[in-house]
Design a protein around this ligand. Structure first.
Ligand code: SF4
Length: 184
């Protein structure tokens, strides 16, 4: 999007934020990206019993340029990591990442050199979903939580302010920085 990112803070920006959040959360298109056993549960979520089409998300896109949600379903090998990053880079902005299952979130039981110990080493993750594998109901719940996050997403100057506050809070929780009095 463009113009709304340049609006000054105030009533108008807050109204546009609400509208943009509503439109964005209702038009998520996931990219086709299954990596391991978790992908079977993701596919089940798209089938009739669980019916991800209720949220207009049944069209898993074959091209990252038509997608704005990456569900990392399964463990990420070191060999796959650069490919995953390339797919992420080609996705349309704004975009979101859901780490599905313990393997994608933290490496899970694969504590070895071949598996990335959490996909957040490769792409920024918006929501983590625990479980091995998480059931389709759990994936749907995570998607609803992501919808809430997208609805609340600030734009323009409000987002810059939110990012500054988040960084400050993260640094304050790091003892080294807090002790050295590096925070103003
Ligand atoms: S979390 Fe479990 S089901 Fe999912 S990829 Fe890892 S081993 Fe497979």
């Amino acid at each position: 999007m463009g113009l709304e990112e340049n609006l000054p803070s105030g009533f108008l920006l807050s109204t546009v934020e609400g509208l943009a959040g509503f439109a964005r959360k209702g038009s998520l298109w996931p990219v086709t990206f299954g990596l391991a056993c978790c992908a079977i549960e993701m596919m089940a979520t798209g089938a009739g019993k669980f019916d991800i089409a209720r949220f207009g998300m049944e069209a898993f896109r074959a091209s990252p340029r038509q997608a704005d949600l990456m569900i990392v379903a399964g463990r990420v090998s070191q060999k796959m990591a650069p490919v995953l990053r390339q797919v992420y880079d080609q996705m349309a902005e704004p975009k979101w990442v859901l780490a599905m299952g313990v393997c994608a979130s933290s490496g899970g039981m694969f504590n070895n050199y071949a598996i990335v110990q959490g996909v957040d080493h490769v792409v920024p993750v918006d929501i983590y979903l625990p479980g091995c594998p998480p059931r389709p109901e759990m994936l749907l719940n995570a998607i609803l939580k992501l919808h809430e996050k997208i609805q609340q997403m600030p734009l323009g100057v409000n987002r810059e302010e939110a990012v500054r506050e988040a960084e400050k809070a993260a640094l304050a929780s790091t003892p080294t920085f807090a002790m050295k009095g590096l925070l103003k």
